[in-house]
Write a protein that binds this ligand. Sequence first.
Ligand SMILES: Cc1cc2nc3c(=O)[nH]c(=O)nc-3n(C[C@H](O)[C@H](O)[C@H](O)COP(=O)(O)OP(=O)(O)OC[C@H]3O[C@@H](n4cnc5c(N)ncnc54)[C@H](O)[C@@H]3O)c2cc1C
Length: 387
Amino acid sequence: MSEVSDEDFAEILAQTRHFVRTSVVPRETEILAEDRVPDDLREQAKTMGLFGYAIPQQWGGLGLDLRQDVELAMELGYTSLAVRSMFGTNNGIAGQVLVGFGTEEQKSRWLAPIATGDVVASFALTEPGAGSNPAGLLTKAVRDGSDWLITGQKRFITNAPTANLFIVFARTRPADAQGAGIAVFLVPADAAGVEVGAKDAKMGQEGAWTSDVSFTDVRVPDAALVGGSEDLGYRAALTSLARGRVHIAALAVGAAQRALDESVAYAAAATQGGTPIGNFQLVQAMLADQQTGVLAGRAMVRDAARMWVSEQDRRIAPSAAKLFCTEMAGKVADLAVQIHGGTGYMRGVPVERIYRDVRLLRLYEGTSEIQRLIIGSGLVKAAQQRG
Ligand SMILES: Cc1cc2nc3c(=O)[nH]c(=O)nc-3n(C[C@H](O)[C@H](O)[C@H](O)COP(=O)(O)OP(=O)(O)OC[C@H]3O[C@@H](n4cnc5c(N)ncnc54)[C@H](O)[C@@H]3O)c2cc1C
């Protein structure tokens, strides 16, 4: 059961839609050109509670469950994906590690400022050579009296340039029969030995920032060990990522819907030799494929979110939804550029941005190949267990 009634959620959703369509959409070109989300939009998002929509109410969040989260994500996907990214780590991959695995003390210390957006939390898992295979990470945490010393290199860390808190995955021992040997720590960004690299220059999602983060003998107390256990880091990462996959799938559907709307509007108005291009059946076929993809994706996202909340499937459905919806959004964005002709290749035209923005969705929180491996191996394992 969600903490938020259908009635209250309808209001939150309507306000979010209004924010996206009237405040953010008109600023897309500015976000792109300046590679930043304007401060007034950040403030508006804070006031609306968007930094903590998926954080339970007990800790100051709005308390949406994943079924509601995906409806919001489909709205947020309709515009520059950087806006969602600004509060994506607080609600998602970083925040959910604390919600699901933190001690009471850790939750009361950090979740309230995360929910208000006064603290930006980043999820620091990926390293050079340990992306698709996080079990291979090399960042180390070594006990020193009652403290831990953390040393290692992370890369592509979303929101690192603005982060106040890093959720850092580090190895406390080599993998063994007991597990992956990976723990997770809460590391304030201003701790001595934390160095945040320059902002990465990316293909798209201008306004969303990533960078390398290095940790050199960073000293944290035992209280920084999430859940007070060395053994739950890997499980925390996988659980947080699996939940995030349903959210990313929803974001992809939102972006695809926008690409479709832009395509329909363009096809209805633009002409060749006096004929609207939308009258050509080959253009109509592209629109039909886009519409079909959006409808299929939306149904799949809702189903996967329902199965997550009921705990019926927290493994195969999230991966299948992410795989299908992010690949679908890629195809829909590609068709959108095609429908726009040369115009679709020009900066400042929404479908050009969407084409680049959605490319990332097939890469992070598990590539499409990794989703296929999870789905395929999960099916075979289940059959083998059934005997
Ligand atoms: C903009 C951006 C933001 C990001 N934000 C974060 C963040 O906030 N926190 C964080 O921790 N990480 C973040 N990441 C990292 C992201 O999750 C990884 O880039 C992603 O998981 C892929 O890992 P990789 O880059 O090391 O590529 P690789 O794993 O090297 O993959 C390269 C290719 O090999 C394939 N491949 C790899 N292993 C296998 C296999 N076993 N079988 C078949 N094919 C395989 C992949 O599918 C891919 O096609 C971000 C990345 C980007 C680009």
